[in-house]
Design a protein around this ligand. Structure first.
Ligand SMILES: Nc1nc2c(ncn2[C@@H]2O[C@H](COP(=O)(O)OP(=O)(O)OP(=O)(O)O)[C@@H](O)[C@H]2O)c(=O)[nH]1
Ligand SMILES: [Zn+2]
Length: 206
């Protein structure tokens, strides 16, 4: 097969921002998909569906409008000298896989060793939301969460673990119902010191 001509190839690889369609164009695309699924977009029950789906997309993919630096901007220093692990576990999240645009749903566990103050606990859950409400792979989601914590909190170490079920693997394709995917990433002390990693695992299991 011939290699793609240069302009075609460069369009495929481009990461430049793609022009945002109008709401009407997005609704027309949903009507096309309804017909592609084999239904009739003009039947009564589906008439409002394109408008509902575009509204739902606004919510499901609202993470593109959110910014980690804003979420993690406020820290507290009056914590009685507390400098041990802060762990928030079982943070529920739902995201969409970028390959099939089908949900993957699970829990995130986030820990860090404070360096100069702590962040409000809810902000860690908000951080997960901000990256989960985009098209993702679980690996990328894990990396984005820990990178943001490192960049904006500068902790002595951070640990992130995600467990999730991918609907694209259970509802279709291989249909491996109940299979769960675990990803984890460690930085700083958690990456260098096996003992700190073990404490993280023990706290999650507790
Ligand atoms: N690494 C990784 N893979 C994912 C994730 N979400 C979905 N996938 C996988 O992405 C792959 C896409 O594979 P392709 O062969 O291109 O697509 P496909 O023909 O639909 O693959 P099947 O799902 O095997 O039917 C599948 O193996 C999915 O299981 C994720 O978060 N991380
Ligand atoms: Zn998928």
């Amino acid at each position: 097969m011939d290699a793609p001509s240069k302009p075609f190839g460069s369009v495929l690889m481009s990461t430049a921002p793609y022009p945002r369609p109008s709401r009407e164009e997005a609704e027309a695309a949903v009507r096309t998909l309804l017909a592609w699924a084999g239904d009739n977009p003009n039947r009564e029950g589906l008439l409002e569906t394109p408008a509902r789906v575009t509204r739902a997309y606004g919510e499901l993919f609202s993470g593109y409008e959110q910014d980690a630096s804003t979420i993690l901007s406020k820290t507290f220093k009056e914590v009685g000298g507390y400098d041990d692990i802060v762990l928030v576990k079982d943070i529920p999240f739902s995201s969409h896989c970028e390959h099939h645009m089908v949900p993957f749903i699970g829990k995130a566990h986030i820990a860090y060793l404070p360096h100069d103050g702590v962040v409000g606990l809810s902000k860690l859950a908000r951080l997960v939301e901000s990256f989960a409400r985009r098209l993702q792979t679980q690996e990328n989601l894990t990396a984005q969460i820990i990178d943001a914590i490192n960049e904006h909190l500068g902790p002595r170490g951070a640990a992130v673990m995600l467990e999730a079920e991918h609907m694209c693997m259970s509802m279709r394709g291989v249909r491996a119902h109940g299979a769960s995917t675990i990803t984890q990433r460690f930085t700083g002390v958690f990456a260098e010191d096996r003992h700190e990693q073990d404490r993280f695992f023990a706290m999650i299991k507790r």
